[in-house]
Design a protein around this ligand. Sequence first.
Ligand SMILES: *[C@@H]1O[C@H](CO)[C@@H](O)[C@H](O)[C@H]1NC(C)=O
Length: 253
Amino acid sequence: MYLKSALLGLISLASASNVPSRQHLFTNPDADNDVTYTIPTVHESAVQARRILRLESIGTLSTVFPSTHAVEQRPADVGGAPIGLMDYFGDCEPNTGNPTILAITIATSFKNVDAGSNITLSLRWHPQDNVWRSPAALPRFSLVGRLEDIDTDAVEKAGITACYVAYHKDAAWWLPGNRIHESKWVRLVVEEIYWIGGFGDRAYIGWIPLEEWQSVTPEEIESVKLPGEKKGGWGSWKAWLGLGEEEQGIFEL
Ligand SMILES: *[C@@H]1O[C@H](CO)[C@@H](O)[C@H](O)[C@H]1NC(C)=O
């Protein structure tokens, strides 16, 4: 089954219509070159990005080790080195596009931020069907921003806990106030967005202005479909997250 779909994938890769010109793996072609595909606009790319933020829930937080290390034991020469670590997020403040993160105080990413590091969250789209696609052809992006504490009132008002636990059932173990790890709710306040929509001859690659990211409407997020997104449309991802009627209301703006 897997072999078959892999072979089919290779066959379709070999068909001329599906082969990107190699120089466009990481850049868009010049405007005067022949382009056989309509490249999504920057705003359409922002809509796709916001839908990925909605449907994905795991990404990579990148931070930089501080040059001095006070108490912690670690190799002496890692100061200034970047480190990318898997972490959870949730699209729990969906009208802003600022991802919600449950920051565990002792985790490296948050210690680095406390020591003055900048932070980015990188995510990519994982198709939900079993069709083979070149991962290089699929959208991925990085959100550059800063962490901001979400105050208790806002947590309650926005239903942050229910939303986050709907994305991550296991996070119930380390909610703020648990006995295992000190944790707190933070939002990544998005400041810059770097987007790679896929191969550059058919997808936008570059910076998405913050206004485009922030101006995406709930209807727009609902209206697009990502490559290999499972049928069933909008209702299905809520069911897939296991949201009850009441919690689903969080996302109706
Ligand atoms: C964080 O990024 C800003 C630019 O956005 C830069 O001026 C600053 O030096 C960076 N901080 C660190 C600790 O690298």
